[in-house]
Design a binder for this molecule. Structure first.
Ligand SMILES: *[C@@H]1O[C@H](CO)[C@@H](O)[C@H](O)[C@H]1NC(C)=O
Ligand SMILES: *[C@@H]1O[C@H](CO)[C@@H](O)[C@H](O)[C@H]1NC(C)=O
Ligand SMILES: *[C@@H]1O[C@H](CO)[C@@H](O)[C@H](O)[C@H]1NC(C)=O
Ligand SMILES: *[C@@H]1O[C@H](CO)[C@@H](O)[C@H](O)[C@H]1NC(C)=O
Length: 684
């Protein structure tokens, strides 16, 4: 009896977490996907470097052997609280020469451990910036990620912590506190340079430059607005600055991409979403259970032995499995698109299950439902890192992984909990179905209400987590969302990046229409015309493509050698996603974004017209949380929820009903290597 309940507990915990972490985390880990991309391309072309083999003895000591820590106030906005938090950073000083800038590479929602390996790779974009500009490169860890969190009984074993314990632990994990960390860090920064006499490296004497992708790109933009002049230049790459709770638009880029070459797969994924929604609403588990069994095998069979298949509890468990299945094809689209990633592999397996070339109409239109679902299940099983096959592979590589990225005495799941906290409290961007659209690719039970329930299931209800959903408004208001206007900032986006829908280069219906993109860099002392900003959409690009592509030309430069009025006039910023060629990897156009940035830096660094303004550092609290009404969900999208209580009544009851074993519902560590193992199953 005892052992049975343990199996059950572990499984439920794991599966719930799949839905909580895989689909929300904007970066499974950019570093790891970069590496995978390089490995993939190596197989195709046999020609490029990887970070692992680029360690240059000439550079001297490896900065990763020397992690540094800075002590920061836990609560910047109250003098009463004297607690501190210690944040980790690495410094690459091999390229620094007096007069050079500080390059602040913000990693955002992840441990910097894996990224640190890149500090010795001269083909890495960040390192090449330091090299060109004689800069001091800093890799900074955001509070509550990696090793940058207090060691407490909560952070040492997150799975055992109570909801109240977790809420208390993450209380100061807010966008504003984390921005102020950087202000404090920069204005107090000093560094011992062995070769040179003491330099004043604070922003008042040395130009600081922000580079970041995704959440850290948005942080760069917010910082430029919040503390103008603290950073002399900002690269906001793939920055989702328009926060919104319901982010169904994430899928529009995927829909467009599928239509280009995989029309049959597009039809099938829509049909699968319709079938799953329908089965869920009618509580018809006959074929659903065949799907779950085919993918998750023994784990699921053991579960069924314990429970009545008709019970609501089992429907909750089914939902977790089905969420994983439904999300699986799209899991890495934002890095690789269709042909380079899991979606292409998925489509190939599903479409060629019964005929070699695939039927143009797809399997759901041409085969009986059971056979169509079998094809779908085979494709999911081959790709999902949580399928029975993949999880067996994962357990084999688990020990190796642990050795590679040590988390010290902190729980290795910290990054996942930490991002989930941010998503649930302030960031939002739930990647959900919109079943009123014929193009919809996800089943109806992946909706905002179920995501809010998951937040409450993990953290309980508090001022920060409630039925009102993530409180995105204060940050949007303070920083003006996608209407923000910034000087000395380059915005880049990938043409096919799903996150582009929340950026200044969004194509969504309600996105700004009164603004202009330019690639003409204003000279020192000149500003953009109103509504005009330096923006570049990378053709055939994805999430942070200019960071993931190696820098091709290796000509080192310095401030004297570069023309500060340089502009790249041959480039044109595009706005509309072209439904033509999907070239997959490599992203050739990324080099233009890289060069535009080099030119912008050489124009802006020597320019001192922007005064450093440390004010504006006041907090944006998300209060009052408690008086916010429950999040309004679209009823047409939420038919499935009616059996479970609508969002408007009895928040507690509703949340509880979706939680099988509340205290055990914890995010599961999404190992990037597990993810890669899942892909290897197919590739080899
Ligand atoms: C560090 O920076 C903060 C914020 O800019 C400032 O208030 C504080 O006095 C600085 N501390 C030291 C030791 O310089
Ligand atoms: C059908 O799908 C397969 C596999 O993804 C693809 O190779 C083929 O081109 C597709 N055919 C059509 C007509 O869409
Ligand atoms: C564009 O419109 C928005 C919303 O009406 C407004 O806040 C913003 O200031 C406008 N921007 C420009 C450059 O006119
Ligand atoms: C679904 O998409 C339509 C546009 O096709 C949009 O008007 C509607 O607001 C979306 N529904 C939700 C719940 O966001």
């Amino acid at each position: 009896m005892r052992s049975i309940s343990v199996i059950f507990a572990v499984l439920v915990a794991n599966m719930w977490a799949v839905s909580a972490t895989v689909q929300w985390k904007d970066s499974i880990s950019r570093f790891s996907t970069d590496l995978l991309r390089k490995k993939y391309r190596n197989q195709q072309t046999d020609k490029f470097s990887t970070i692992m083999n680029r360690i240059k003895p000439a550079l001297g000591k490896d900065p990763t052997e020397n992690p540094l820590f800075v002590e920061l106030p836990m609560d910047h906005f109250s003098a009463d609280n004297t607690d501190t938090i210690s944040c980790r950073y690495f410094v690459q000083d091999a390229y620094y020469k007096p007069g050079g800038p500080v390059i602040f590479h913000d990693i955002g929602e992840a441990s910097i451990g894996p990224y640190a390996k890149g500090l010795v790779d001269e083909d890495e974009f960040s390192v090449s910036i330091a090299k060109r500009f004689n800069g001091l490169l800093i890799l900074f860890e955001h509070r509550f990620y990696g090793l940058s969190a207090p060691t407490t009984s909560v952070s040492q074993d997150l799975g055992k912590a109570s909801r109240r314990g977790l809420t208390e632990f993450f209380k100061y994990h807010t966008i504003e506190q984390a921005l102020e960390d950087v202000v404090y860090f920069a204005t107090n920064f000093s560094y011992d340079l062995e070769e040179y006499p003491k330099q004043d490296l604070t922003p008042s004497k040395t130009p600081w430059v922000w580079i970041g992708v995704s959440y850290s790109g948005a942080r760069g933009a917010w910082m430029a607005k919040r503390n103008p002049g603290l950073f002399r230049a900002t690269l906001a790459s793939s920055a989702p600055v328009q926060l919104q709770v319901n982010f169904w638009e994430y899928f529009t880029a995927i829909e467009d991409a599928l239509l280009v070459r995989n029309k049959n797969c597009s039809e099938d994924l829509r049909a699968a979403a319709r079938w799953l929604s329908d089965a869920w609403e009618k509580r018809d588990h006959s074929i659903v259970d065949q799907l779950i069994d085919a993918v998750y095998e023994r784990e699921w069979e053991e579960m069924l032995e314990q429970y009545d298949p008709e019970s609501e509890e089992v429907w909750d468990i089914r939902k977790d499995y089905l969420q994983d299945a439904a999300w699986t094809p799209f899991a890495d689209f934002q890095y690789y698109g269709v042909n380079g990633g899991t979606l292409g592999l998925f489509c190939d397996i599903m479409e060629t299950q019964y005929t070699d070339g695939g039927d143009p109409d797809g399997v759901f239109a041409t085969e009986p439902l059971e056979r169509a679902v079998t094809a779908y299940a085979k494709a999911v099983a081959a790709i999902s890192p949580y399928s029975y096959t993949s999880s067996r592979q994962r357990s084999q590589s688990r020990n190796k992984e642990k050795r590679q990225f040590s988390t010290g005495s902190l729980d290795s799941k910290l990054d996942d909990y930490s991002w989930l906290w941010q998503v649930c409290t302030e960031f939002g961007a739930f990647q959900v179905a919109n079943t009123s659209r014929p193009e919809n690719l996800l089943p109806s039970f992946i909706n905002v209400q179920s995501q809010i329930d998951s937040c409450i299931g993990t953290f309980g209800e508090s001022n920060q987590v409630s039925q009102a959903g993530p409180n995105v408004e204060p940050i949007n208001e303070k920083y003006q969302g996608w209407y923000v206007q910034l000087s000395n900032t380059l915005w880049t986006n990938g043409e096919w990046d799903p996150w582009r829908a929340l950026s200044v280069d969004s194509e969504e219906e309600d996105a700004p229409k009164n603004d202009t993109a330019t690639t003409d860099i204003p000279q020192c002392g000149r500003t953009f015309a109103a509504g005009t900003q330096l923006r570049y959409v990378i053709k055939d690009g994805y999430h942070g493509s200019e960071f993931s592509e190696d820098v091709s030309t290796d000509s080192p430069g310095n401030l004297d050698g570069l023309d500060p009025t340089n502009t790249i006039r041959s480039l044109t910023a595009t706005r509309t996603r072209t439904r033509t060629a999907m070239t997959g990897t490599p992203v050739v156009d990324a080099v233009n974004a890289q060069n535009l940035w080099f030119s912008a830096m050489s124009s802006w660094l020597p320019c001192t017209t922007l005064e450093f303004d440390p004010s504006g550092a006041e907090t944006t609290t998300s209060a009052p949380f408690t008086s916010r009404a429950p999040f309004q969900t679209d009823s047409s999208n939420n038919a499935a929820e009616t059996t479970r209580g609508s969002s408007g009544n009895g928040g507690d009851k509703n949340a509880a009903s979706s939680l099988v074993v509340p205290s055990l519902i914890i995010p599961f560590f999404v190992s990037v290597f597990a993810f890669m193992a899942g892909i290897r199953v197919v590739v080899i």
